[in-house]
Each structure stands twice: as structure tokens, then as C-alpha cells.
Design a protein around this ligand. Structure first.
Ligand code: C6P
Length: 415
């Protein structure tokens, strides 16, 4: 299914009916208001049913058996890969490696590409707004291989400082890795421009799409990037599966990441020959039903249209920022709405973010509080923690009103 490029408005009322969990109350008489989709999204019936139908009628291991179920399960599993490839604009589904999540996809690049290409004297360039998943794997490899890591700084309004980024590129990093959308600031980075600059400096480009792929059109060919990491669970799919897109020549040259069944062509007592792509990187039994759910999730989003989803979230964040800024004591982090996805991290005077989240929870409002797996970024902002509300295709303007009322209630408790 092709991703529609036309803008359409979402029928949020109808969409909400697809998500059974949104009907629930968190306590008697307290309706759930789910504002934590940046941590993980909720799942529509279309995904839940695709997975249960698969378990009920087709389930088997894949790529191994020659019986009917094995063949049907393999076809369904590979069809899911085809649809995920199409969703991100990959030329071939061989360039989509199924992983456990975005984190594992980045670890795959750091371990496999990193081990083959990085050493003493080399540089990897990241940014100050990275999630731990795009910092720690590089730190682990750096301590083993001896390369250095630098972090491109941010402007005062918490966007990438492109001048500083350009200056760091003059040091010729071998790889540049950055998030397309910050999970704390909501900042949407100019990926195509950053990738072009990085390529001109001779670097390979890895994009962390964990927060962008669920919310906007992400096309690897248009962006001209080398690697893209993302997770199914943030885009209406199940947990336990994610994907790495890779430029074919790079994936072909990279050594396997993990060893075991499935990733080999031939094994002898003293040697092995690795399988073709993508099996080379998929050791062991894969997350089979999760792949079916992943395929159903990208079908669901494609049918609604990613531009329409982005448009809805843009409207939500504009409204949220306007209203949040009127609550006395609230400070929101990140740039203006036009540069942001549907993520608002904020502090409320000196009330601890955990207290804010706990009081909101009593009103059924689910938000996340803490460092959101971005401790260096919080340190840079001079904050131990923030409270974060994040929006998705099923959220309504009324839910923002509930959040704002909730924050006034928090203020009263701590007055
Ligand atoms: N951020 C959040 O609440 P995994 O856990 O592998 O599916 O995704 C990791 C990841 C990588 N990059 C970014 C920008 C992310 O936001 C995340 C996940 C969640 O913000 C859980 S910590």
C-alpha cells in the first residue's frame, strides 16, 4: 500500500473506536486520558486482531518448515517486511532487518558497522538531544575500539545548531548519528540537510527514527540516509519488534551482529558462511507474530495517511503549547510548535515531575515523568527531570483541556 501524500483531516472520533483501551477507566468514574504515546502507543483492533488471527490460523516457525503452516507463516512474515519497507521508502525489503526495537537496530550498527570501520583516531558525531539508545552503544564501542565521540550542540531554542554542526563535520567524523525527533524537546531535525552536509564531509548517516517514523512521512530515499532505526510499539504495533533500514552496499559489507540459526548459509565445525540479507542479521527464531502486527500497524497508519496524522499532531501541539504557557509556573522545553512534533516536556514551578505525574494519574491522565532516557540532555538543560505529555492520532483537544485542568489541580495541592 502506497503512503498517501495528500493532506486529509483525521476523523479522531472514529479512530478512537479502533482502540479498545481508550474506553477504559483507570478507577471507577475516571476516564483514561492517554498522553504517553512517545513512550509507547496504544494498539488498534486491526493490529490486535491480525495477531490473534495469525496465532489462531497460521502460526508456525518461519523459513524452516516445508509444511503448509510453515509456508503460510513465512509468506505472512515476509509480506509484513515488504509493507514495512514500503512504509519507509526502502528500495528493497532485503534492506529491512527485523530487530527487537530501535535500540537493538542502533546496537547492530554500532557493533557490526562500528567494529568494521572505527578505530583509534576516528570520530563519531552525535547530538546533545540524543536518547540513551543513540549514545550508550557508541560509548560501549568507543571504549573497546578507541574512537572519540562529539556531540553537536543546540541553539537557545533547542534546535540543532547547524553552524556548530558544520564546524564539527570539518573534523571528518566517520559516522554521524542523530534523532529525527527528540523524545523530550519534540524538536524535528532537518534530516535531509544534515545528511547532505554529513555526506559531503564523507560520513555515514544513521538516523534514529523511533519518534519520527510513527508520526510523519519518513522516506529513506528522499532523505538520502544510510541507516534508519525504529520500533513498532510506538507506531500502533506490538512491542518486541523494530527495524533497521540500511543502504544495501553497507549492509552487504557488514559482518553479522549475532550468531546462531537462520543467519547462516553453511556451518562447519571450524567455520561458517553468513546468509544473504536480511537473514545475515536475524539470528534465531524471529518475533513472528509481532512482525504480523508490525505489518498491520503500518497498513493502519498508511490508510489514514501520515500527512494527516502529522497535521493533527501539529494542531494538538499548537493548542497544548498555547494553553500550557498560560498555566502559572509552567515552563515548556523545546522550540516553537512549527519545529516540533507532538511532545511537550515541562516543569511546573518547583513541584517534582513525579508528583505532577502522580496527581495527574489520579485524574486518569497518563504522562511520563523523569529523564526520559535522555540524561545528558536534561543535564544540559540543568534539570533533573521533566513531566512529558505526548500526543498521537487518537488524542483530542478535550484531552489537552483535561491536562490543563489537572495542572491547576496540582498547583492547588502544592500551593
Ligand atoms: N523512547 C520514551 O519514553 P526502543 O525502546 O528501542 O523502542 O526505543 C528507544 C528510543 C530511541 N530513540 C528515541 C528518540 C526514543 O524516544 C526511544 C524510546 C521512549 O521516550 C522510551 S525510553
Amino acid at each position: 500500500m502506497a503512503v498517501p501524500q495528500t493532506l486529509d483531516t483525521l476523523d479522531v472520533g472514529a479512530i478512537r473506536k479502533d482502540f479498545p483501551i481508550l474506553k477504559r477507566e483507570t478507577q471507577e468514574g475516571v476516564q483514561l486520558v492517554y498522553l504517553d504515546s512517545a513512550a509507547s502507543s496504544q494498539k488498534p483492533e486491526q493490529v490486535i486482531h491480525a495477531m490473534s488471527r495469525f496465532y489462531e490460523t497460521e502460526y508456525s516457525n518461519v523459513h524452516r518448515g516445508i509444511h503448509t503452516l510453515a509456508e503460510e507463516a513465512t509468506a505472512a512474515f515476509e509480506s509484513a517486511r515488504d509493507r514495512v519497507a514500503e512504509f519507509v521508502g526502502a528500495e528493497s525489503s532485503r534492506q529491512i532487518v527485523f530487530t527487537r526495537n530501535a535500540t537493538e537496530a542502533i546496537n547492530l550498527v554500532a557493533n557490526s558497522w562500528g567494529r568494521a570501520n572505527l578505530g583509534e583516531g576516528d570520530l563519531v558525531l552525535l547530538t546533545q538531544m540524543e536518547h540513551h539508545s543513540n549514545i550508550v552503544p557508541w560509548q560501549m564501542m568507543a571504549s573497546e575500539l578507541g574512537f572519540k565521540i562529539e556531540y553537536a550542540p543546540m541553539t537557545d531554542d533547542q534546535r540543532i545548531d547547524l553552524a556548530e554542526y558544520g564546524a564539527l563535520l570539518e573534523r571528518q567524523p566517520k559516522l554521524v548519528g542523530f534523532t529525527q525527533m527528540s523524545n523530550v524537546l519534540g524538536t524535528i531535525n532537518p534530516v535531509a540537510e544534515m545528511a547532505e552536509m554529513a555526506h559531503a564531509a564523507g560520513a555515514v548517516v544513521l538516523v534514529d527514527g523511533a519518534q519520527s517514523v510513527p508520526h510523519m512521512v519518513v522516506n529513506v530515499a528522499d532523505l538520502d540516509i544510510d541507516f534508519l532505526a525504529f520500533s513498532a510499539h510506538k507506531l500502533c504495533g506490538p512491542s518486541g519488534i523494530g527495524a533497521l533500514y540500511g543502504r544495501r552496499e553497507l549492509l552487504e559489507e557488514m559482518p553479522p551482529f549475532m550468531g546462531g540459526g537462520e543467519m547462516i548459509k553453511r556451518v562447519q565445525f571450524d567455520a561458517f558462511v553468513a546468509a544473504e540479507l536480511p537473514s545475515k542479521f536475524e539470528a534465531g527464531t524471529p518475533p513472528i507474530a509481532q512482525a504480523i502486527g508490525f505489518g498491520a500497524a503500518v497498513d493502519y497508519l498508511s490508510k489514514l495517511g501520515m500527512p494527516a496524522i502529522r497535521q493533527h499532531e501539529q494542531e494538538m501541539i499548537e493548542r497544548a503549547l498555547e494553553q500550557l504557557e498560560e498555566v502559572p509556573g509552567v515552563r515548556v522545553y523545546g522550540p516553537a510548535a512549527e519545529h516540533k512534533g507532538g511532545v511537550a516536556a515541562f516543569t511546573l514551578a518547583d513541584t517534582h515531575p513525579h508528583d505532577v505525574a502522580q496527581i495527574l494519574d489520579r485524574r486518569g491522565i497518563a504522562v511520563r515523568a523523569g529523564h526520559h532516557c535522555a540524561m545528558p540532555l536534561h543535564e544540559k538543560l540543568g534539570l533533573p527531570a521533566t513531566t512529558r505529555a505526548s500526543f498521537y492520532l487518537y488524542n483530542t483537544p478535550e484531552e489537552i483541556d483535561s491536562l490543563i485542568e489537572g495542572l491547576y489541580a496540582v498547583r492547588e495541592v502544592f500551593a
